[in-house]
Design a protein around this ligand. Structure first.
Ligand code: LRH
Ligand code: MN
Length: 425
């Protein structure tokens, strides 16, 4: 479904005067307002191809209204729709084998028509495919059987091949590998096998590619995970080489982990790959970004802005900004629109932090002043700034309102049917 520009213009015209008032009010408070808006317009979040349908849990999946994408082409159309609405979703991250491009050239052209590029590719050695020779029941790259490890390495090299054809420049490896009971696994053996396997994948990377090592505390293994936390992931990344980095999925931490401190140190080490943004209250809940703990998201972006500026990094292009969520009760596209909005708001708030004032407060241990400076930015309603960035980039002032007023889901159901189910989680 293509979104006509005039539909966006009509909505924007109806919302413009209110927006202008709110924008002028906040803009009066912000130094270098145009630079801030430019940074927001340049910032693009990659949409996961595996989160365009209704997800579920082991207790079941409750279908949505339907109209889910039936193919990679329709997934690209849906991400194109999101990007037309908010002009901040200019990339898609594919998962193989859920999204094998039949004709890579045609897929690349279709994505370009929607203004989309291909972000990190994702391999999958956490499920057994029907025609697979060896099972990953007891792991993939950690497996005691060399043949299983070899199969996992070959799959990742195949994923790189697809990525090269599509213009992607990075591979995310998330390994479900681990153990469910004490005694089941030799930790050193599992680490060494995994490192050797990752090294073979690393050696197959094109020169300009990056390898993202994604860690996770638990699930589907519930006693140990072989890439279980940022320290273990950093160990792998340091041993593999300069093209290997650590990927931070916000939901992959133990309760109350200080993720903003982890981010600050990985950035300091030049080993931060990027993010899988989502939110959670307990485990890897994969909920809408900013729906449970928006202050933590702000604190993470505050460390990102300060750390990236300290290394003269380009905010828009030097890290991988991706969402990784699953939608059990919301319309997938509405959920993703809310997630992108939450990310843009946290980034805008972080850009408003008085960094020099904060440094002065820290230097004089003025703890109260430091908190006041942070919360001044966090408590600033930056939504007009994010909306203005969308407007200047040709997007909708209120993407969700337009998505609903045009009944986009209804049109997708008419086009695709009620019972279509997208591949993915
Ligand atoms: C694992 C994970 C990983 C993906 C999968 C869909 O929990 O976060 O990034 O491969 O979700
Ligand atoms: Mn993830």
């Amino acid at each position: 479904m293509l979104l006509e520009k005039n539909k966006i213009d009509t909505l924007n015209d109806s919302l413009y005067s209110g927006h202008r008032k709110r924008f002028d009010f906040i803009a009066a408070e912000v130094n270098n307002i145009d630079a801030v808006i430019k940074k927001l317009s340049d910032f693009q979040v990659a949409i996961p191809s595996w989160a365009l349908g209704t997800g579920g849990t082991r207790f079941g999946r409750f279908p949505g209204r339907g109209g889910e994408p039936r193919s990679l082409e329709e997934k690209i159309e849906d991400v194109g729709l999101l990007h037309a609405l908010n002009r901040s979703s200019g990339a898609i991250s594919l998962h193989i084998p859920w999204d094998i491009p039949g004709n890579a050239k045609a897929i690349k052209e279709l994505a370009a028509q929607h203004g989309l590029r291909f972000d990190a590719m994702n391999s999958n050695t956490f499920q057994d495919q029907k025609d697979q020779q060896h099972s990953y029941k007891f792991g993939s790259m950690q497996h005691v059987d060399k043949a299983v490890r070899k199969q996992a390495v070959e799959h990742n090299i195949e994923v790189i091949k697809y990525g090269k054809e599509l213009g992607s420049e990075s591979l995310t490896v998330w390994l479900a590998d681990g153990s469910c009971f004490p005694g089941q696994l030799n930790f050193r053996g599992a680490f060494q096998h995994t490192l050797e396997s990752l090294q073979e994948v690393y050696d197959a990377l094109p020169d300009n590619w990056k390898l993202f090592v994604e860690y996770k505390a638990f699930e589907p293994n519930f006693y140990s995970t072989t890439v279980g936390d940022w320290g273990q992931s950093l160990l792998y990344a340091n041993k593999l080489g300069p093209k290997a980095y650590t990927l931070v999925d916000l939901g992959h931490h133990l309760p109350n982990a200080n993720i903003e401190q982890i981010v600050s140190l990985l950035l300091m080490e030049g080993k931060l790959a990027g993010f899988h943004f989502n939110d959670s209250k307990y485990g890897d809940d994969d909920l809408t970004v900013g729906s449970i703990n928006p202050y933590q998201l702000f604190l993470i972006f505050k460390e990102l802005v300060e750390g990236m500026d300290a290394r003269n990094m380009n905010h828009a292009s030097d890290l991988g900004w991706m969402i990784d969520a699953s939608h059990n009760v919301k319309d997938p596209l509405e959920d993703l629109l809310q997630s992108v909005e939450a990310i843009m708001i946290a980034y805008a708030q972080a850009l408003l932090v008085d960094e020099s004032g904060l440094k002065a407060a820290q230097a004089s241990n003025d703890v109260v002043k430091a908190q006041e400076i942070l919360q001044q930015a966090y408590r600033t309603d930056v939504r007009p700034l994010v909306a203005e960035a969308r407007l200047r980039a040709g997007g909708a002032l209120d993407p969700l309102q337009l998505y609903r007023s045009l009944d986009v889901r209804g049109a997708l159901v008419k086009e695709r049917g009620e019972n279509t189910v997208a591949t993915g989680l």
